[in-house]
Design a protein around this ligand. Structure first.
Ligand code: MG
Length: 166
């Protein structure tokens, strides 16, 4: 019975997002501004990592997805700071009785190398989500010049999140 109770207290979610890269856009990933000649084309600030994370958290709680709660047709979310959206998602989960246990994000981008920005991304995400930094993992990889990320046409991000009833 204990196992069953514990098993019911934890829920896992997955998120995935892609944005095309375009000229004249700032590049914001994981809440961090990254100097680059192109940025993500989007209605909001185009933070692909935070969008994937929001979808993972909403998915864990079965509360829909980021497009449902923050539609890209709404003027309210034009140029939106995605960390603000993350803050709202975590608050939404708390209203439904969920706390975030840990999250793990993988960013897929050919260039620039993201390693120098990873720790700042973890701090920014942890701060927005009200989590401890050691519960926030951010990783980056390339796809070895293959596909749309490899051709530098876009950026992808995957995220998983574990949440628990408070
Ligand atoms: Mg997005």
């Amino acid at each position: 019975m204990l196992f069953r109770t514990m098993a019911c207290n934890f829920r896992i979610g997955h998120g995935y997002d892609v944005h095309a890269l375009g000229e004249g856009r700032p590049l914001v990933i994981g809440g961090v501004h990254i100097p680059h000649e192109r940025g993500c084309i989007a209605h909001s600030d185009g933070d692909v990592a935070v969008h994937a994370l929001c979808d993972a958290l909403l998915g864990a709680a079965a509360l829909g997805d980021i497009g449902l709660h923050f539609p890209d047709t709404s003027e309210e979310f034009r140029g939106a700071d995605s960390l603000g959206l993350l803050r709202r998602v975590v608050a939404m989960l708390a209203e439904h009785g969920y706390d975030v246990v840990n999250v793990d994000v993988t960013i897929v981008m050919q260039r620039p190398r993201l390693r120098p920005y990873i720790d700042n991304m973890r701090t920014a995400i942890a701060s927005a989500a009200g989590m401890s930094v050691d519960a926030v993992s951010v990783k980056a990889t390339t796809e070895e010049h293959l596909g749309f990320t490899g051709r530098e046409e876009g950026v992808a991000a995957h995220a998983v999140a574990l949440i628990a009833t408070i």
